[in-house]
Design a protein around this ligand. Structure first.
Ligand SMILES: Cc1ncc(COP(=O)(O)O)c(C=O)c1O
Length: 371
């Protein structure tokens, strides 16, 4: 099966195998060594000198951690959202009592830094800005450097980033761009199964933590910091996934993070070229904002998107993702983060070239050419 959803993605065999190693004492010396080594590796990938903690959770847990560790009920947050996951970030903040102003950009577009500036000028009491670096639901990557220039450079607000489908695949300068908390998750570019989430935590985030009164227990970063000093996690960790993380990071760092980013850029380009070559259009409004971890493709008029995905799966073993929320039936998505080869993408394009005529696409194009 060619699993091409935007996470989980296929995991290399040696990483899967390492998960069958016998259990070890998570409060013993062997685990301590692993914890210190992987934390050091995570910091290199996040490009930060600050803290990075490992949670046993999916990415949403890391988003919740970003909120509850830095904000208090009543705090004002600006949610600059370009899709479904951005909306989720705002919802979490609201649920825990933040006063959230939504700065929503149309699906398929990216954050406009000028609008961000306007929104921050309009309300000086805003404490934090929530941003999704790579919006997996629309296949759009925001320009974090430009966002940071406004949020940090001009207004010096707390910057909380969902980097779940970007960190380790698309450049993220956690310190360079002043990102106070960045969340990521194992089933994305990290080439791991789901189950681990990662959160970076800046000095500024720690300052906010000291004052933040949102309820938190499992995700209280103070516990992670206290136990880390002893070389331990606060709660029983996903030991098998930690073995896997250790090996994945050694592979990523051996390849070089710059090369990993380049590989994603070239696979992203290859995917976009491939679908365009079939006469399809990508969903993002501009090429420059198209994601290198997930390509969102517009379902052509008159084509039943569900049937398209069913035929891809049943006849070709290619598993793609549909659209979420209001994008259901309007787009489909091809995941190409982490362990993805050019052969994987060629397989997708080849299968699409067979299935598209079966769902009426080639016929529609021929009709359009005749008229
Ligand atoms: C950008 C983004 N944010 C949040 C999430 C949610 O992560 P999880 O499903 O691991 O909780 C995802 C996962 O698809 C994502 O891609």
């Amino acid at each position: 099966v060619n699993l091409r959803i935007p996470g989980p993605i296929p995991v290399p065999d040696d990483i899967l195998e390492t998960m069958s190693n016998p259990m070890i004492n998570h409060r013993g010396p062997e685990f301590k060594e692993i914890l210190f080594r992987v934390t050091d590796g995570l910091k290199q990938v996040f490009d930060t000198e600050s803290d990075v903690y490992i949670l046993t959770a999916s990415g949403t847990g890391a988003m919740e951690a970003a909120i509850v560790n830095t904000l208090s009920p009543g705090d004002k947050a600006l949610n600059a959202t370009v899709g479904v996951f951005g909306e989720r970030f705002g919802k979490i903040a609201e649920l825990f009592g933040a006063k959230v102003t939504t700065l929503g950009f149309p699906y398929g577009t990216a954050i406009d830094p000028d609008k961000l500036r306007e929104a921050l000028n309009a309300d000086p009491d805003i404490k934090a800005v929530l941003v999704t670096q790579n919006e997996t639901s629309t296949g759009v990557t925001n320009d974090m450097e430009a966002v940071s220039r406004v949020v940090k450079g001009e207004f010096d607000k707390l910057l909380l980033v969902d980097g779940i489908s970007s960190v380790c695949s698309i450049p993220m300068q956690t310190d360079g761009w002043g990102c106070d908390v960045v969340a990521s998750a194992s089933q994305k570019g990290w080439m791991l199964p789901p189950g681990l989430a990662f959160v970076s935590f800046s000095q500024r985030a720690w300052k906010a933590h000291a004052e933040a009164t949102m309820p938190r227990y499992y995700f209280d970063m103070a516990m992670y910091r206290r136990y880390f000093e002893m070389g331990q996690p606060p709660y029983t960790p996903a030991v098998s996934l930690m073995f896997a993380l250790d090996l994945a990071l050694s592979k990523i760092l051996a390849e070089g993070i710059g090369s990993v980013f380049e590989r994603h850029a070239s696979i992203g380009q290859m995917t976009r070229d491939g679908v365009r070559g079939l006469g399809l259009s990508i969903f993002p409004k501009e090429e420059s904002i198209a994601s290198n971890t997930c390509t969102a493709v517009a379902v052509p008029d008159g084509v039943d998107g569900t049937r398209l995905l069913t035929l891809m799966r049943t006849e070709h073993g290619v598993v793609l993702a549909g659209g979420q929320g209001s994008l259901s039936g309007k787009i489909f998505r091809i995941g190409h983060m982490g362990y993805t080869t050019s052969e994987d993408i060629e397989g997708v394009v080849r299968a699409l070239s067979v299935v598209l005529p079966q769902v009426g696409f080639a016929a529609a194009r021929a009709r359009a050419r005749r008229s």
